[in-house]
Design a protein. Structure first.
Lengths: 314, 426
């Protein structure tokens, strides 16, 4: 398929042209834009840059919350301790597994839901509302519902299993249930982002393909999905970043026992149970670097448009 | 524009509401000292029986208007309780006057300088008539940092329709369970095998019963040695015997209680709360529900069961430490401990109460609990206890995977790291 008209159309209003060729009006507009952004930038620096810098500073020290007087500089010692610890690699492995599986399942289900919502002829509002309900429920509340449901003695789901099975206490079953809770919870979000992308696909292009005799699957694979690529990549980027930082579902469902802890759980335990600010901060910084790497990967390699950026791809 | 109109009409209303809001804030801040009485905040485990609130009210009235005790409920889990207290204390919260510490925390809180030492007459009152093991839990570097509130320990509970002679040792108990299994009768031994503090308690009881200790007396290094290998061996044998409940590796105290009440088990090693529960839930089984001392590692040597409970400590940043000490002594006095035992079901820390008729009427096993507490063992006293305990429960979980010699060797290295607060915790 040749580059569709819709894309250039969508890009046209905001296309800035090449550098140095800005008109006077465009320059003024840009200056106004920067000025309007400035307060937000200042606030963001105050509330995010400072904590990040402080976490990096803490991560370079041996710092026990109980004995602040004994804090001392250890350079990259904490990073060495984390990266040589089997607990870190175990948690990272679990995190990557949960991220990959849950995002993949969410993408497929979310796409299906988006198609349904897009095509719904009657009851469109009802369908969209119903789909959004899981996303509207507070994660911790939903997680507790799952936890009770899967706990023998209190739950209706556990009652369906063979007697004596306690799925939340087995590593593989528990990870499966964590993924299930994640998918149940965030598929609507994925579906909404994809629905927005689906709305950008011009009806005439699809109809033209239909006239050419394309089947439903051909239309989906060769017309709709390529046109939706920017939306899909943004949705994947958001969900991957979110899923990688998974904490609340695991915290409630298993507390990270039986090797089901994510890197965020590991960081939390080291910060708040061991009260080891140095090691805990080092873990936090490593999570930050992983998240940055994921974002970089998506934007540079897969060419996802940075959220809010101009779709300049060809 | 609608939005700007609503904005304009709402804004003055919001401004008008501001003084009300501010006065509500200040009102909230000063209400505590209303009537001249000082407000003391007592942070303790959440109690549903009403015993703790009753003690706070009684003591507030008895103070003659000197102080009013506000009972603040901490989270349900021990980890959650410790986290909240640590966060407040690390931030030098002056609003923490009295706190209920799990018996494993005083060393840590004292070393961090978060709680005050008990001295002089107050110390004498806090230790008079008090169980020795309970006082030990509140002692760090030969100084007293807490007044023992309630105590706790495990007994062996069994069904006398299945077991005629309660076992004196673990080997005997596992053999009896095996015989019951062969006869097709309920035979499980209910014990805390999940990866959590309860597993550490089991290990500590076995190691000390075998004549050993987890840490050296100065708490600077792991002791372990042959007694630890014996202990790890018993845990492993239990997990591989007919006595093992299929969900052993996930069981905590309450799952043990439920399993015993469901009739699948013949033995249960648990705290006395199982007794009133069995009475209420399974009156038929209750007729056969009996108790005996915790089995020893060998039949000729009684077990030294791990002591549990709460120590009351006074916050280092409290503005009214003298009143807080006085209030603490009132909260743990004889009457309040008796109420807590009868209503809340928690064994007291005052020795003389175990002879009180009110208590022995409700708890016929009071004498056995006292005997167990008199020989009780204390979990390792070190500021790094939390890390040491996690190292233990992580290394010895699941019990079926224990390889006594090598597990204890691994544990030695992990405890060394934990004591130096090196490395990560899982």
């Amino acid at each position: 398929m040749s580059p569709p008209a819709a894309e250039t159309e969508a890009a046209a209003p905001s296309a800035p042209g090449r550098r140095g060729e800005l008109s006077e009006g465009a320059r003024q507009e840009r200056r106004l834009g920067l000025l309007l952004c400035a307060p937000a930038v200042v606030v963001m620096v105050a509330v995010t840059a400072y904590p990040i810098a402080y976490a990096i500073y803490l991560s370079l020290q041996r710092y026990d919350l109980r004995f602040p007087d004994q804090a001392h500089w250890v350079g990259f010692g904490n990073y060495g301790a984390v990266l040589t610890s089997p607990f870190w690699w175990q948690a990272l492995w679990v995190t990557v597994l949960i991220t990959v599986v849950s995002v993949a399942v969410e993408l497929v289900l979310g796409m299906a839901l988006a198609l349904v919502m897009h095509r719904a002829i009657f009851g469109r509002g009802t369908v969209r509302t119903a789909v959004l309900i899981p996303y509207g429920i507070v994660t911790v509340v939903a997680a507790y519902s799952w936890q009770y449901a899967w706990t023998p003695g209190t739950g209706y789901l556990a009652a369906l299993l063979p007697a004596g099975s306690a799925p939340l206490t087995d590593q593989w079953q528990a990870i499966g249930l964590i993924i299930l809770a994640e998918v149940w919870k965030t598929t609507p979000f994925m579906a909404l982002l994809l629905l927005a992308g689906l709305a950008l696909v011009p009806g005439e292009t699809v109809r033209a393909a239909m006239v050419d005799g394309a089947t439903f699957w051909q239309r989906l694979w060769l017309v709709i999905l390529p046109l939706m690529k920017p939306a899909i990549l943004v949705a994947l980027l958001f969900r991957t970043l979110d899923a990688f930082r998974i904490f609340d579902n695991i915290y409630v469902l298993t507390g990270g026992s039986n090797d089901t802890g994510s890197v965020s759980i590991l960081g939390y335990d080291n910060l708040f149970t061991a009260l080891n600010l140095g090691i805990g901060s080092a873990i936090s910084v490593l999570i930050f670097l992983c998240v940055a790497a994921i974002a970089f990967l998506f934007i540079k390699i897969f060419g996802a448009a940075a959220p809010g950026g101009e779709p300049e791809r060809r | 524009m609608l939005s700007s109109r609503t904005f304009r009409t709402r804004w003055p209303a919001a401004v008008a509401a501001l003084p009300v809001f501010l006065s509500a804030l200040t009102g909230c801040g000063s209400s505590g000292s209303g009537g001249g009485a000082v407000a003391l905040n007592w942070y303790n485990f959440p109690d549903d029986s009403g015993a703790l609130q009753q003690a706070a009210d009684t003591c507030s009235r008895a103070s003659g208007g000197r102080y009013v005790i506000h009972y603040n409920k901490l989270p349900r889990t021990a980890d959650g309780q410790r986290q909240q207290l640590v966060r407040r204390l690390a931030a030098h919260d002056a609003g923490v006057d009295i706190m209920g510490l799990d018996v494993t925390w005083p060393a840590e809180f004292a070393e961090a300088g978060w709680i005050r030492e008990w001295t002089g007459a107050m110390k004498e009152q806090a230790t008079a008539d008090t169980l020795d093991a309970a006082v030990q839990t509140a002692t760090w570097k030969d100084r007293l940092y807490g007044a023992p509130y309630n105590s706790n320990t495990q007994l062996l509970w069994y069904r006398d329709d299945l077991v005629q002679n309660p076992p004196k040792s673990w080997a005997e108990m596992l053999a009896q369970a095996d015989a019951l299994a062969k006869a097709g009768k309920p035979h499980y031994v209910e014990i805390q095998g999940a990866q959590y503090e309860g597993l550490t308690v089991w290990f500590n009881t076995l190691v000390t019963s075998a004549g050993g200790a987890i840490l050296t007396p100065d708490a600077q290094a792991p002791s372990l040695g042959p007694p630890a290998v014996v202990a790890a061996g018993i845990m492993r044998d239990t997990a591989h015997s007919a006595a093992a409940d299929p969900s052993l590796s996930n069981q905590m105290e309450d799952q043990n209680r439920l399993a015993m009440e469901s009739g699948t088990a013949a033995f249960e090693l648990n705290y006395p709360f199982v007794y009133p529960s069995m009475k209420a839930n399974q009156p038929e089984l209750f007729k056969h529900f009996k108790w005996a001392p915790y089995p020893g590692v060998t039949a000729d040597r009684p077990a030294t069961v791990t002591i549990g409970g709460i120590d009351l400590a006074v916050g280092a940043y409290s503005r009214h430490p003298d009143l807080a000490f006085a209030a603490t002594l009132c909260l743990r006095d004889r009457d309040n401990q008796l109420t807590n035992a009868l209503k809340g079901g928690l064994p007291p820390s005052l020795r003389s109460l175990y002879q009180a008729a009110e208590l022995t009427n409700s708890y016929p096993f009071a004498a056995d609990v006292l005997a167990a507490l008199d020989t009780a063992s204390v979990r390792p006293r070190t500021p790094a206890y939390q890390n040491v305990s996690i190292a233990i429960s992580h290394t010895l979980s699941p019990p079926a995977a224990i390889r006594p010699e090598s597990s204890v060797a691994t544990l030695r290295g992990q405890i060394q790291d934990a004591l130096g607060s090196k490395g990560l915790i899982p």
